[in-house]
Design a protein around this ligand. Structure first.
Ligand code: ADP
Ligand code: ASP
Ligand code: MG
Length: 405
């Protein structure tokens, strides 16, 4: 029996009729080779963004259930069209929604978690020698409602399907030839990386490299499913994301990222005593707000400010909650600043090399880029800078760590 391969084609790979036909040709190649295929597709091109913009024009705070009803439609279109393109080539294929195939999620609309995937139907169709095409990004909740898996969620659909079916391979097809040392759209001289560890990819994704969804990498790591990220427009091998990459020697920094989708919130004039920070961040956590960097200013006369970053999409909710707490604990104003960017350097080699932070700060200083906030993990350093300096900061860091071709 041929290999069982899960292939995910992103929005850019199915953006128009010509590209859909290109995907059908690629699939035909694997079918002829004797492979069994489970295909996951994203919505065509900017479809999801366009749907979001339509909803915004109608109601700026729509119900999450209706939002899922809306944004799940894009993937249904591309999966049906791809099935038709394969039929036209004489290849037996069948498309399914997440609900039909049994991708069961929790009830958290727009950010649902996959609880379980039924595999009977997939197995049955594969046995009939059909290509199984599944609409990515969506599932059905335990309350029988349509849910979506967060932006970029088709990556997660693919990885979860690879886990559930015990696939031999999971390939993520996109519009670049793999994972690069930086977003090649921003840094044309960025280099393609042959291998990268789950941990490094997780960190790159969480810090803004949109090429893979963070949660998808988390699941791949958890189940140790290597991922092959490659281009749907070329035959070249891409990047393998795996547990332990076969490097002879670690390079200190693997890649750099820029995130422009966060905002800084500052709660002013808090009394500097135990329990205040816990109060704020407990409430934000229970409202499912993802707080990233946190900085507390030096306290003067037992009064301090706390600043933290959150996704721009959570700003109004964060301000509302922070104001309630500020009022309760007798703090001052709550300020927000959307004019920020976060640049990060990532690499497992940082564990054994010192001086990365110093080199990073010195390079930014030399280029007169002011750092507003700093945070570090074992394998990354992130700096918040003014939005207008974000791209320049990314370029400086990419070049100072010698990541160029
Ligand atoms: P898809 O539609 O296939 O899901 P995405 O737009 O989600 O594709 O992701 C691919 C894009 O991610 C690329 O076009 C590239 O600009 C961007 N990107 C950001 N960081 C990186 C990186 N380090 N390596 C490769 N691509 C990156
Ligand atoms: N179409 C969805 C999005 O744009 C899911 C995906 O592309 O992975 O976020
Ligand atoms: Mg994507």
């Amino acid at each position: 029996m041929g290999k069982l391969i899960v292939q995910k084609y992103g929005g850019s790979s199915v953006a128009n009729v010509k590209k859909l036909k290109n995907v059908a040709n690629r699939i035909a190649f694997y079918v002829k080779r004797g492979d069994r295929l489970v295909i996951v597709v994203s919505a065509m091109g900017d479809t999801t963004d366009n749907l979001l913009s339509l909803s915004e024009q109608i109601n700026s705070s729509p119900s999450n259930r209706e939002m899922d009803m809306l944004i799940s439609t894009g993937e249904q279109i591309s999966s049906a069209l791809l099935a038709m393109a394969l039929h036209k080539k004489g290849i037996d294929a069948i498309s399914f929604t997440g609900q039909q195939i049994g991708i069961i999620t929790d009830t958290y609309h727009t950010q649902a978690k996959i609880l379980k995937i039924e595999t009977e139907r997939i197995k049955k169709e594969l046995k009939q020698k059909r290509v199984v095409i599944i609409a990515g990004f969506q599932g059905v909740s335990t309350a029988l409602e349509i849910t979506t898996l967060g932006r970029g969620g088709s990556d997660l659909s693919a990885v979860a399907l690879a886990v559930a079916t015990g696939a031999d391979m999971c390939e993520i097809y996109t519009d670049v030839e793999g994972i690069y040392t930086a977003d090649p759209r921003l840094i044309p001289e960025a280099k393609k990386i042959e291998y990268i560890t789950f941990d490094e990819m997780l960190e790159l994704a969480a810090r803004g490299a949109q090429v893979m969804q963070t949660r998808a990498v988390e699941v791949a790591k958890k189940f140790n499913i290597p991922l092959h990220v490659r281009s749907s427009f070329s035959k070249k091998e891409g990047t393998i994301i795996m547990e332990k990459a076969p490097y002879i020697e670690e390079s200190v920094v693997r890649g750099v990222t820029l995130a422009e989708n966060e905002a800084k919130i500052t709660v002013c004039n808090l009394s500097d005593k135990p329990g205040i920070a816990a109060k704020i961040f407990d409430k934000l956590a229970s409202a499912n707000i993802n707080v990233d960097m946190i900085v507390q200013n030096v306290s003067h006369k037992k009064i301090t400010d706390i600043s933290f970053t959150v996704p721009k999409s959570s700003v109004s909710k964060t301000i509302r909650i922070s104001k309630q707490i500020a009022q309760k604990v007798g703090a001052g104003e709550v300020l927000s600043d959307e004019n920020i960017a976060k640049v990060s350097v990532v690499g497992v080699g940082m564990k054994s090399h010192s001086g990365v932070a110093a080199k990073c700060f010195a390079a930014l200083a030399k280029n007169k880029i002011n750092i507003d906030m700093i945070s570090t993990s074992e394998i990354s350093i992130s700096c918040v800078v003014k939005k207008s300096s974000g791209k320049a900061a990314l370029k400086v860091l990419h070049s100072v760590f010698a990541l160029k071709k």
